[in-house]
Design a protein around this ligand. Structure first.
Ligand code: AMP
Length: 397
């Protein structure tokens, strides 16, 4: 899918217009209701500030958590309005509803450059149901729609797709960056182009493997999904996560890589544990020597060195999925080495959202990467070349 022709906020006149800006303010909270990570809000500031400077009237909207279609005070966006007011240095007025009287009054009475925030979109079941009437009422609040919530673009909801039926619809700066960084890597990569795929299951990554195998020079497989490949090669994998119904698929993928002359790397050693537990007894063994009753929970040192060596010469790297159970310190080394190798490679580096993005951030390598996607599921779909309804729905130039 090519989204490079989609209109963005700089392609339209927003001066004095009421703009409905769909953001991803789905931030985490602690038990006292304080926001524990403001990154998602901060990522939206570029578009918000641009609209303020252009004297638009800004109506922000977002979902938060899973209220299952009913108002739930614990999932109110009020704390987000308070944070935004602080950062912007002016009040962001909070509506008590999404399409009701409060939202209508606030949006109707905005002055130039003023900002308000609607309540959690998912307080209405019609949001996730992409209900036409709901989308129409949402659209009625504004003159222009801007989507900057990349993380929800793989879902056809009222606020990502339905609303675009009724308003001129463009993307904000955050989505523009996602489209250009990932789009360029896929269509015009600096070579050699290396992809590193990890995570739990082959079945979740079939789409991305199938797409990237036609584009890359080297394909590296780590994480839980590597054990299905090792098993397909005839190795015993103990109690490692392994999809026995995907062995033929794994063989087909390896055959295709060979046929295309692609370098295909899987682990040559693994860190195995006795149980699926953060402090289980652990040791490193060669890939063909996983003992019965043990499970692979990370790549081993030889593998980390082999993968890092391959990454060293890369022109472009696309990484999605950790090399092991990186949430547990004992099994995080493999993922760390990959993050470090990418950071030091000088390659154009694209990090899919989710666990790999979290690892890069935690290790302090974030500023060394070309692009860290803000969407887990959405970036996976993008790299699969599957259509993202929220992007497809935007106006073309
Ligand atoms: P994904 O969302 O598919 O990228 O998968 C991420 C998850 O894969 C993380 O929660 C990891 O704990 C898990 N994972 C990675 N390697 C393994 C492994 N060897 N065994 C079990 N789970 C794994």
């Amino acid at each position: 899918m090519d989204y490079s022709n989609k209109k963005n906020v700089e392609d339209i006149n927003v001066q004095g217009k009421k703009v409905l800006l769909r953001c991803d303010f789905n931030v985490p909270f602690d038990a006292e209701g304080n926001i524990t990570d403001t990154k998602r809000i901060d990522e939206s500031m570029k578009t918000i500030n641009y609209l303020i400077n252009k004297n638009a009237k800004i109506i922000l909207c977002s979902h938060l958590g899973r209220p299952k279609g009913k108002p739930n005070p614990a999932l109110s966006l009020k704390p987000v309005a308070e944070y935004l007011s602080k950062v912007l240095g002016k009040e962001v007025k909070m509506a008590n509803d999404v399409i009701g009287e409060s939202a209508q009054n606030l949006s109707e009475n905005l002055n130039l450059g003023e900002v308000c925030l609607l309540e959690n979109l998912r307080f209405h079941s019609e949001e996730e149901g992409n209900n036409k009437e709901f989308a129409k009422k949402l659209a009625k609040l504004a003159d222009i729609y801007i989507n900057d919530a990349f993380g929800t673009c793989h879902r056809a909801h009222a606020s990502t797709v339905g609303v675009t039926e009724y308003l001129p619809s463009v993307c904000g700066f955050l989505i523009k960056k996602e489209i250009s960084a990932m789009g360029n890597a896929l269509t015009n990569p600096r070579r050699p182009f290396i992809s590193i795929l990890g995570g739990a299951k082959v079945s979740d990554k079939i789409g991305i493997i199938t797409n990237l195998i036609n584009k890359v020079d080297t394909l590296i497989i780590g994480g839980g999904m590597a054990y299905t490949f090792m098993n397909a090669l005839g190795y015993s994998v103990g109690t490692s996560i392994c999809e026995s119904d995907k062995l033929d698929l794994a063989k087909d993928i390896m055959a295709k890589a060979k046929e295309k002359g692609i370098k295909f790397l899987i682990p040559v050693d693994n860190k195995v544990g006795k149980e699926y537990s953060p402090d289980t007894e652990a040791k490193i063994v060669d890939a063909d020597k996983i003992p019965d009753g043990w499970m692979g929970l990370d790549i081993g040192t030889k593998t980390a060195n082999m993968f890092s060596e391959a990454i060293k010469g890369a022109g472009t790297v696309v990484w999605n999925g950790p090399m092991g159970v990186s949430e547990w310190e004992r099994f995080a080394d493999g993922t760390m080495s990959i993050a470090k190798a990418i950071a030091e490679s000088g390659a154009v580096s694209i990090i899919g959202g989710g666990d790999s993005a979290a690892a890069v951030q935690k290790l302090g390598f974030a500023d060394k990467m070309t692009h860290i996607s803000t969407g887990g599921g959405a970036s996976l779909k993008f790299l699969e070349d599957a259509p993202l309804p929220g992007l497809v729905a935007l106006d073309d130039k």
